[in-house]
Design a protein around this ligand. Structure first.
Ligand code: NI
Length: 265
């Protein structure tokens, strides 16, 4: 059974066939999905989507691209949303110096504030960090984010940096990039990291693995990532699925919570 720890099935790319697509997941080996929010609007739509499926959960949070005009009242609204029983994490939050859609200081401020929110409500965090390795690490340390723990989503930095996050107990989110020709750095990270701290993710509709690179992604393609990970770690694909499934339950505090992988509510 595959656990997709990071997807965006509320995205417009799925408007045409969302229900039909999600309906086949349970019979094709995808047992659970966390639909990740990236804005106020997608916090609302992620929770709403997750409410429709027993095996789907959601996060609450605003991506660094979208923090530009966040205010205190909206942060208060986000706090309220974390009380939804379907909310399992705060994210995706972080820093993005590649797109730089908001000023760095603004991004840093709302990243820190949302890390505090995660601590206040006792939820793990989903971290987005692009070309901002040093500042991300500093803020995570300042805010003692290891207290809630979480996942470094779409991990893209060096093994040396990964080691620091692993020491703090963070998980690394591994997706389609693992199968890319230029994914050598990530393969190195996966080779060195303990299997107990790796989780599978798609970032659907983005980052499809080879042979679907460039096409719309879905959790159904995670089998290609599983195969690559199995090869790198020298274990069977079944073992990869089993271990990453258990890791995901631990990451999102879902151990012992009963949810039926096969049912639509
Ligand atoms: Ni994402």
């Amino acid at each position: 059974m595959i656990f997709d720890t990071h997807a965006h099935f509320d995205a417009e790319q799925f408007d045409e066939d969302r229900e039909k697509l999600l309906a086949v997941f349970p019979v094709r080996g995808v047992g659970a999905v966390v639909n990740v929010a990236a804005s106020l609007a997608s916090t609302r739509s992620s929770l709403a989507l997750a409410e429709g499926y027993d095996w789907m959960f959601a996060s609450v949070g605003v991506h660094p691209d979208d923090v530009g005009d966040l205010d205190e009242a909206e942060l208060g609204w986000l706090y309220e949303q974390t009380k939804n029983p379907k909310c399992v994490a705060v994210g995706e939050i972080g820093l993005d110096y590649y797109w730089n859609k908001s000023e760095k200081e603004v991004q840093k401020n709302w990243f820190a504030r949302q890390l505090q929110m995660a601590r206040d409500v006792g939820k793990p965090v989903i971290i987005h960090s692009r070309e901002a390795a040093r500042d991300t690490f500093e803020i995570i340390r300042e805010e003692k984010a290891w207290e809630t723990g979480g996942v470094m989503h779409c991990y893209s930095y060096s093994w040396e940096m990964a080691r620091e996050y692993l020491k703090m107990g963070f998980y690394l989110g591994i997706g389609g990039v693992l199968t890319f020709k230029n994914g050598q750095k990530l393969r190195e990270v996966v080779k060195n990291a303990p299997m107990e701290q790796l989780v599978l993710e798609t970032d659907s509709p983005y980052l499809s693995p080879v042979p679907y690179r460039g096409k719309r992604n879905s959790s159904l393609y995670l089998s290609y990532v599983v195969e690559e990970m199995a090869k790198i770690k020298g274990i069977s694909p079944e073992e990869v699925e089993k271990i990453t499934w258990d890791n995901a339950l631990r990451l999102y505090g879902l151990e012992g919570r009963s949810f039926a992988p096969h049912s639509k509510q």
